[in-house]
Design a protein around this ligand. Structure first.
Ligand SMILES: CCC1=C(C)/C(=C/C2=NC(=C\c3[nH]c(/C=C4\NC(=O)[C@H](C)[C@H]4CC)c(C)c3CCC(=O)O)/C(CCC(=O)O)=C2C)NC1=O
Length: 186
């Protein structure tokens, strides 16, 4: 498992070079935006259970066969496993965002997941849909700009100091981790 710093070391070592100016500039930016990164991780972690239940509910609304006999969220044992898996994925995405590196997500969560799902008959496309919903939610929470129309009475703002670009690079980075989950399942 690597983070932005150990990644720079491993990359330089594999080329038998010193840490280069570009690597240092990237790490400088990583440090300079560190508080934003922590706020972004907090925005995901402290909304996680709501995000997961909403994403799984949305996935099921679009495909109600999942909770009927023969569906992979039926009976409750499987529904619980699905919700748990949603929590696991979101937790590892939040770890990757904290580390600034996808290796923890790849090694501890995604490695072998497609094979496990295929063996158990867990539908990959439905999982990808739930992950896609969590990607959109994460973007809204990191921007601290959740949609009032969608959230209704559950609207929750983090109250982080909002920077001009609404943390666009962290939104993109978090999005790339959700994309990796989808890619690993397709
Ligand atoms: C740390 C990393 C880690 C991951 C990622 C993980 C996933 C994981 N999900 C599993 C099952 C499962 N996963 C699901 C998930 C779903 N079913 C659906 O229809 C939806 C599309 C989807 C939710 C979005 C279900 C229903 C099962 C149980 C399948 C069964 O037993 O038939 C299993 C089989 C063992 C078990 O049931 O606990 C594993 C290993 N375990 C881990 O330790």
């Amino acid at each position: 498992m690597l983070d932005a710093f150990s990644r720079a070391v491993v990359t330089a070592d594999s080329k038998t070079t010193a840490i280069g100016g570009g690597d240092l500039a990237a790490l400088k930016e990583f440090i300079a935006s560190g508080n934003r990164r922590l706020d972004a991780v907090s925005a995901i972690a402290s909304n996680a259970s709501c995000m997961v239940s909403d994403a799984i509910a949305g996935m099921i609304c679009e495909n109600t066969g999942l909770i009927q006999a023969g569906g992979n969220c039926y009976p409750n044992r499987r529904m619980a496993a699905c919700l748990r898996d949603g929590e696991i994925v979101l937790r590892y995405v939040s770890y990757a965002l904290l580390a600034g590196d996808a290796s923890v997500l790849e090694d501890r969560c995604l490695n072998g997941l497609k094979e496990t799902y295929t063996a158990l008959g867990v539908p990959l496309q439905s999982t990808a849909r739930a992950v896609g919903i969590m990607k959109a939610q994460a973007a809204a929470h990191i921007q601290d700009n959740p949609s009032e129309a969608r959230a209704g009475a559950r609207l929750r703002k983090m109250g982080s100091p909002v920077v001009e670009d609404r943390c666009a690079s962290l939104v993109a980075e978090a999005g790339s981790y959700f994309d990796r989950v989808v890619a690993a399942l397709s």
